[in-house]
Design a protein around this ligand. Structure first.
Ligand SMILES: *Cc1c(COP(=O)(O)O)cnc(C)c1O
Length: 368
């Protein structure tokens, strides 16, 4: 008779792990995302359209032309120059990394470690994750119930806490809310006076019709974070950048690993920036589709689709788990956000292609 290995008894204690791993790292759970297969993928706020085939071909041609045995530019200099031209920005104020998530880590290293990271609650999870991992004091201030920035409470925290990094996203993630320029300017003014590094995360700015470059230009401690992952449809290429004054950019650049943009990344960014019209057309369609979906759900008997200035929106349902499963069975994967402060019952839904949005609307209309 062959012996079958017995499962270890539940009561057997785990051997005590001894290692040099910092307690802060051990305490943080792994990034909370479970890839889920479904024909219609509305769970990551991606662009529903791939990079245009002819631009892919052109980027590939340029990549093939360049040597692969040589290191690429030290600080992605050709890409920085192209971004500087596109954004009408001083090249010395541009820092490029493989995705803007890398910049959030780097800015936490720049001004958060041993200091403070101030965010709203809820907020984009990467800000709080990096603060916890890197050992910054995390201060969270509740958004107002309508998801607007609580200006008095945030101002008080900016005055009270030891300065560090102050992160706001405009439009906000994960609510899609866009604040007034007056509110953002008031907060930046306090943050500048108290010596904070202010991050205005503009990952979705194309969908909100606003742009904080002018404010960043006048505010030496404030920067804009931008990405190729959303409007440009290049999440797979991993490209993000910041626009800042010289002092912030030069110090942030010291924290970037050398040669971190590959020959592929360089070629893709250059080709994309030479053809912004494809991105612009998609943004226009995305905004039109967002408004169409929101209008279609306006009179829903049990769910509330929350207006958004982004490429996604929140759907408040009576039962997020049941609603999530209902959409999945209809072939649509969305993202649960219902465990977050103020977001009871909420699912986050990306705006897809017109056909994908039709499928989402049909599934939503069958939801009670
Ligand atoms: C998607 C997103 C980003 C972009 O991250 P990348 O690393 O550039 O892909 C940044 N900030 C927010 C709030 C986002 O939702």
């Amino acid at each position: 008779m062959t012996s079958v290995p017995q499962p270890q008894s539940q009561s057997q204690p785990e051997p005590e792990v001894k290692s040099g791993i910092r307690a802060a790292v051990r305490a943080v759970p792994a990034y909370p995302f479970v890839p889920t297969d479904a024909p219609i993928k509305l769970d990551q706020n991606e662009n529903p359209y791939d990079f245009p085939a002819e631009l892919k071909a052109e980027a590939t041609r340029r990549m093939l032309e360049r040597p692969w045995n040589r290191y690429p530019d030290l600080h992605a200099d050709t890409v920085r120059a192209a971004i500087a031209r596109y954004e009408s920005w001083d090249e010395a104020g541009v820092v490029v990394t493989p995705g803007s998530n890398v910049l959030i880590k780097l800015l936490t290293e720049l001004a958060g470690i041993g200091q403070t990271v101030l965010v709203t609650d809820p907020t984009f999870s990467v800000y709080t994750l990096e603060a916890s991992l890197l050992g910054a004091k995390l201060v969270e201030v509740s958004l107002n119930a309508d998801f607007s920035l609580p200006v008095p409470e945030l101002s008080a925290a900016l005055e009270r806490e030891q300065p560090g990094v102050f992160c706001i996203a405009q439009p906000h993630a994960p609510t899609g809310h866009l604040d007034t320029r007056a509110d953002v300017e008031a907060l930046v003014q306090v943050a500048e006076r108290c010596g904070w590094i202010t991050v205005i995360d503009e990952a979705y700015y194309q969908y909100g019709g606003h742009d904080y470059r002018d404010l960043v230009r006048r505010s030496p401690g404030t920067l804009s974070l931008r990405t190729f992952s959303k409007a440009w449809g290049l999440a797979g290429a991993r490209l993000g950048y910041l626009l800042a004054g010289r002092d912030v950019a030069e110090n942030a650049q010291k924290l970037v690993s050398a040669f971190n943009i590959t020959v592929l990344g360089q070629a893709v960014a250059e080709v994309a920036l030479e053809h912004p019209e494809y991105m612009q057309r998609r943004v226009e369609e995305g905004i039109r589709e967002r408004e169409r979906v929101l209008a279609a759900l306006k009179d829903h008997p049990t769910c509330q689709a929350i207006p958004s200035q982004s490429n996604f929106f929140l759907l408040r349902t009576p039962d997020a788990d049941a609603a999530y499963q209902h959409f999945l069975q209809s072939g649509v994967v969305v993202r649960r956000q219902d465990k977050l402060h103020l977001l009871q019952g909420c699912l986050r839904v990306a705006v897809g292609t017109p056909a994908e949005n039709d499928a989402f609307i049909a599934a939503a209309q069958a939801l009670r």
